[in-house]
Design a protein around this ligand. Structure first.
Ligand SMILES: NC(=O)c1ccc[n+]([C@@H]2O[C@H](COP(=O)([O-])OP(=O)(O)OC[C@H]3O[C@@H](n4cnc5c(N)ncnc54)[C@H](O)[C@@H]3O)[C@@H](O)[C@H]2O)c1
Length: 420
């Protein structure tokens, strides 16, 4: 179904999508509170927002919140394989033009980004920085209208910081990923649970007793390791950064170079935000039957062209499972075409965790709209008051109270005189 504002798979999926969006909203109380305030205050009145995000039921709740705040929102997918077609159809019915089809090819993916840009955004929301990159390179004539933007993920923030460093960033961006209420929860618990979910749905494997090699012990790696261990797997971490490697050792995991882990692993999960993390030399060492999955942002972490070059045949043995038969007869299984497996084969992060990430998004967009005159062209952290507010509201929604400092303690913590 295509017109000049939206392009989705099938409008008849809208009813199913609406139910799932409603289901997700149950677990998004912080976003709901923001939505209720936005409905009264309309802080985004008349503002055009182009958002490039995974088109999921949680994103739908964010988009509806921004619309309630008075914005005109247009959406496109931030990954060719992460779209939930029913959520996309529901969004179109809710009056939010959406450009996303699960399994779209690269040409369609960029056409959708361009459609989202055609609406002349004043604010951009990105997940991975493909929309911002397109805006800075091929559509730079539109930048004069842009007030600012937000970025959702680690890989996007890395790209935008590089753009800033090269002196070519043209408008202010808030790095939503770097809020504590984002990465400590979304990256760790969200990616942890949903990556295991995606691999389980794709393969139906038993985790107990498996040797699971996790490449990258950042926040996402922490979460995946924790959940794999909880299911009874023997976890091996590979890292390039010594502090993180040491942390993995003391968290109780085996740590070794990938050339060693390659020989013993049953399941390999890349989550490094880097390219060719698993390369030709590693495929050559792997056991027959090894499973490879990626949960990092782009499908570059497993060197797929190298795998293809070693294989003499390939077949799809199950949805999201490609069997590569190598020249020596071994079989390696690549999940979800190397794209982030939690969104390709499962539903992405649970709504409860996206509640915090997207509360940060909504509040940062409001902040940019309000402070547009004062913002410099750079990559900003999330304002601390927003981060703390999201944590407070989440605790409140969970019915959890915490203590507060007494005036005496506050004074003690801001003084130096008192010692032994
Ligand atoms: N699947 C999802 O839903 C989802 C959610 C959040 C983030 N992400 C993506 O996951 C990736 C990781 O995010 P993060 O927040 O954990 O990042 P991070 O920067 O905290 O961690 C990445 C880790 O990988 C390590 N690393 C880099 N190259 C390596 C290599 N060749 N071998 C081993 N380790 C290597 C780094 O030293 C670092 O410790 C990013 O691409 C991010 O955008 C995906």
């Amino acid at each position: 179904m295509i017109n000049n504002k939206y392009d989705i798979k099938d409008t008849s999926l809208a009813e199913a999508g609406k139910l799932r969006i409603e289901w997700a909203s149950r677990e998004m109380p912080v976003v709901k509170l923001i939505r209720e305030r936005f409905a009264k205050e309309k802080p985004l009145t008349g503002i055009q927002i182009s958002a490039c995000l995974h088109i999921t039921t949680e994103t739908a709740n964010l988009a509806l919140t921004l619309k309630e705040g008075g914005a005109d929102v247009i959406l496109c997918a931030s990954n060719p394989l992460s779209t939930q077609d029913d959520a996309a159809a529901a969004l179109v019915e809710y009056g939010i033009p959406t450009n996303a089809i699960k399994g779209e090819d690269e040409e369609t993916y960029y056409r959708h980004i361009n459609t989202a840009l055609n609406s002349n955004p004043q604010l951009t929301v990105d997940d991975g920085a493909d929309l911002v990159t397109t805006l800075h390179t091929k559509r730079s004539d539109l930048i004069k209208n842009v007030i600012g933007g937000t970025e959702e993920t680690t890989t996007g923030v890395i790209r935008l910081r590089s753009l800033e460093k090269s002196g070519k960033l043209r408008y202010p961006i808030i790095a939503v990923n770097d809020a504590q209420t984002k990465y400590l929860f979304d990256n760790r618990y969200g990616t942890g649970q949903s990556t295991i979910d995606g691999i389980t749905r794709a393969t139906n494997i038993l985790w107990a007793g498996k040797k699971v090699v996790i490449c990258g012990y950042g926040w996402c790696g922490h979460g995946i390791a924790l959940r794999a261990k909880g299911l009874g797997a023997q976890v091996i971490i590979t890292e390039v950064e010594p502090v993180r490697a040491l942390e993995a050792v003391m968290d109780g995991y085996l740590v070794m170079p990938l050339v060693e882990a390659a020989r013993v692993g049953d399941i390999f999960i890349t989550i490094a935000g880097n390219k060719n993390v698993i390369d030709k030399a590693h495929f050559q060492l792997m056991k027959d039957g090894a499973i490879l999955a990626n949960s990092g942002h782009f499908n570059v972490e497993v060197n797929i062209p190298a795998l293809e070059s070693l294989a003499h045949s390939k077949r799809r043995i199950r949805p999201f499972v490609d069997e590569y038969t190598l020249g020596d007869g071994r079989h390696l299984y690549l999940l979800g075409e190397g794209r982030l497996i939690n969104l390709a084969a499962a539903e992405g992060h649970p709504a409860s965790v996206m509640d915090m990430s997207f509360a940060n998004q909504a509040l940062c967009l409001e902040y940019m709209a309000k402070n547009r005159e004062r913002l410099e062209i750079r990559v900003y952290p999330v304002p601390e008051e927003i981060d703390k507010l999201v944590a407070r509201l989440k605790l409140q929604s969970m019915g959890i109270n915490i203590d507060s400092l007494t005036p005496e303690q506050e004074e003690y913590l801001t003084s130096w005189e008192e010692g032994t």
